[in-house]
Design a protein. Structure first.
Length: 286
């Protein structure tokens, strides 16, 4: 192997020798317990001498992130409609194809559908993934999470015995405004992050606020897309006043906090001039 060979070139060489393990399935490391090397890493720039031992790990069958997101987000979209239209096998024959007397139920369906349609559009036209694939086995776990929660919260929101929020229209209107603002903010952040990786570049850069006011949250947090995402589900919880939605929101917040902290630490490790005022997900707190 030439000293100026990249890890990607080494992966391709390995694949030629062992066709079973295509590049996306390979994890190449300098140490068995260390982190996987990136495709763009150059051998002579790594902490090795004239000879180097690289460790290979099979990551298992892989699936593209675009496909993953399309599967994950299409499920909740259609599962919700099974409950919204009160299919006979859901609530029983007496309640089949009946409409709810509460307008908030229709509004909740519109907001839930809008959220996942937006996600599907972003997956196809906006997102740029630094890692092209994920292990195929993870898709089952992810789908159980998204699809299962979609069914659980839809069951209660569209149930014939569902009762609307305690404070009526004021509570619902406040939640809808908050929901739309958070969705707009989330979309704006995704576009801003996508613009950092134009022309397929995988070089990591520090994201900064743009002229779009929704991106100004970058002044205070490293992952405002997660901040807006949590805000979206908090507003949906307020709108529906439904316990399963609140539990889903709590789990979303916990998971996104973990992701945000990990990404924040990566920024601090890679960029010495990273803005010190920023927190991972909640301004000034967390």
């Amino acid at each position: 192997v030439e000293p100026n060979a990249t890890i990607r070139e080494i992966r391709l060489m390995f694949h030629k020798l062992y066709p079973r393990w295509y590049p996306a399935r390979q994890s190449i490391k300098l140490d068995p317990k260390g982190k996987s090397l990136r495709d763009e890493d150059i051998l002579q720039h790594l902490p090795v001498g004239t000879t180097a031992t690289l460790y290979f790990k099979d990551l298992g069958p892989q699936i593209g992130w675009t496909t993953v997101f399309l599967i994950e987000y299409t499920g909740p979209l259609f599962i919700y409609f099974l409950f919204y239209f009160r299919m006979p096998f859901v609530y029983g024959l007496d309640e089949r194809f009946t409409s709810s007397p509460h307008p908030v139920v229709n509004l909740a369906c519109i907001c839930h559908s809008f959220h996942y349609i937006k996600r599907l559009i972003e997956t196809v036209f906006v997102h740029r993934f630094s890692h092209g694939t994920m292990p195929l086995r993870n898709i089952v776990k992810n789908c159980l999470y998204y699809w299962g929660f979609a069914a659980w919260l839809a069951y209660y929101i569209n149930h014939p015995l569902y009762t609307p929020p305690s404070y009526g229209k004021k509570q619902i209107n406040f939640a809808v405004i908050m929901f739309l603002l958070c969705e707009a903010g989330n979309f704006s952040i995704h576009v801003a992050l996508s613009d950092l990786r134009r022309n397929g570049s995988k070089i990591r850069k520090i994201p900064y606020p743009t002229k779009n006011p929704f991106t100004w949250l970058f002044f205070f947090v490293s992952c405002p897309n997660y901040t807006y995402e949590v805000g979206t589900w908090i507003s949906f919880t307020i709108m529906t006043q439904c316990v399963p939605v609140g539990l889903f929101t709590l789990l979303c917040f916990i998971q996104m906090t973990i992701w945000a902290k990990d990404k924040h630490c990566t920024y601090l490790r890679e960029f010495k001039d990273y803005p010190s005022l920023r927190m991972p997900i909640i301004p000034f707190l967390l």
